[in-house]
Structure formats: C-alpha cells, structure tokens
Write a protein that binds this ligand. Structure first.
Ligand SMILES: Cc1cc2nc3c(=O)[nH]c(=O)nc-3n(C[C@H](O)[C@H](O)[C@H](O)COP(=O)(O)O)c2cc1C
Length: 214
C-alpha cells in the first residue's frame, strides 16, 4: 500500500470485532509511528496501551461516570469556540453520517461511550511542562500510527471521548503526575457488518484552505 492509498483508506472506524490486535502488528505500528518528525527530535509522546482486563476496568469506570452524568473533563481543554469556517464544516458532519450510515447512526453515542468496543486503546500523553509545539509532534505521531494501522489491515479512531474521564485513566493506567493525557486512539479490526463504518467523511475543496502566493 502506498502512502497515498493509506491516506485514502484510513477512515475513523466506530465499531470493532472483539478479535485482539496481534502484539507483533501493534509493535510494528508503534515503531512506524515513532518515525514522526518532532521539534529538535524531542519525541515527546508517552504511550499507554489498554487491553484486556485493564480496558474492561476503564470501560466500567467510564460507565459509572456516564451513569452519574459526570462532566467531561479532558486534560487538554475542550475548545470553547470555533471560527465561522470550522463551524460550517462541523455542521456538515452529522447530516453526512446519517446519509452514509442510515439507522446505524443511532449507535453513535453508545459506541462512543463503550470505546467503540475496540480491543485496544492507545493513550498519547506528554509531559505537562511541554508547550503546544509538542502537541504538533503528537498529531504527527497519531497520523503515522493510524496510517501504519491502515497498512496493516487495522482500523482506528482518534477520539476525545476516550479521554474525557482522566481520573479513571490515571487510576487504571498508573499514569505519573508529570504527564498530561492528550488524545486516545482506539485500534482493532473494524466490524465490517456495522453500517456506522460506512461513513466516508468529505473534505472541502483544497482551494478553500490553500493559497498559492506567487
Ligand atoms: C482530536 C479528535 C477528536 C475526535 N473525537 C471524536 C469523538 O469524540 N467521537 C467520534 O466519533 N469521532 C471523533 N473524532 C473523529 C472525527 O470525527 C473524524 O476524524 C472526522 O469526522 C473525519 O473523518 P475521518 O477520520 O473518517 O476521515 C475525532 C478526531 C480527532 C482528530
């Protein structure tokens, strides 16, 4: 698979089969992702992977938070406002999903709340003292991780819902205090029978975001 093909094949998958991610594949993907560029080669990503019983305990902890309507509190604060252009693009997301997924759209919230039933979730953290420069590096790492996963036949989704209850993650992953949780990525074999995975997100024409200055 070429990089170009992987860029097109990678789509966020929101339902997974219970089949575990083979450890050798996961290690290969992690090794690939670590080739991401980073400011002065600082490689700020600190990765914690939840599988098996640990992931079950995280799910149970999240279920309790949802049951008590605990307010989402990700450590990388949620945005409070968006620009006009980003708001317009955001608004297109759900109508497009309804169009592509039909009735399966009704599973959206439940799947988000159950870690998409993925067999593994990686949590990308970085030291609290680092700046937004390092978040740029983490974005590059995340994309490399997801592209390599696609090449290796695995589905992924980066999701803020995976990191909205950091106190549960801190307890179950034994995270040191100096780390801040940035984002979670669920990984596994996509459930091809679930139409939620038929969603094919659109992109604005590149002329909307790109200016050639000659
Ligand atoms: C930082 C970030 C947070 C996201 N959070 C969620 C989420 O909470 N729930 C969800 O279903 N998708 C989430 N997504 C997935 C986006 O909705 C998805 O990337 C976007 O619609 C484009 O679709 P694609 O990934 O299939 O190309 C998130 C993506 C990113 C990069």
């Amino acid at each position: 698979m070429t990089v170009g093909e992987a860029l097109l094949v990678r789509r966020s998958k929101r339902a997974y089969s219970p089949e575990p991610v083979p450890r050798d594949k996961l290690l290969k993907i992690l090794k690939d992702a670590a080739r991401a560029p980073s400011a002065e080669n600082t490689q700020p990503w600190e990765i914690y992977i939840a599988e098996g019983e640990t992931l079950k305990r995280i799910k149970a902890g999240y279920a309790e938070c949802y049951a008590y309507s605990v307010k989402a509190n990700p450590e990388l604060a949620l945005p409070t406002e968006w620009t006009e252009d980003t708001t317009r693009r955001k608004r297109g997301l759900f109508p497009d999903m309804v169009h592509d997924c039909g009735e399966a759209i009704h599973q959206f919230a439940a799947l988000n709340q159950s870690m998409f039933n993925a067999p593994a979730v990686i949590y990308i953290c970085m030291d609290k003292m680092l700046s937004s420069w390092s978040i740029y590096d983490i974005g590059a790492y995340a994309q490399g991780f997801m592209l390599s996963a696609a090449e290796n036949g695995l589905g992924t989704i980066p999701s803020v819902t995976l990191v909205i209850y950091p106190e549960v993650l801190r307890k179950e992953l034994h995270l040191p205090d100096n780390l801040k949780i940035i984002i979670g990525i669920a990984i596994g074999y996509a459930d091809t029978t679930n139409r939620i995975n038929d969603f094919n997100s659109s992109r604005s024409p590149i002329k909307e975001n790109v200016r050639f200055c000659e």
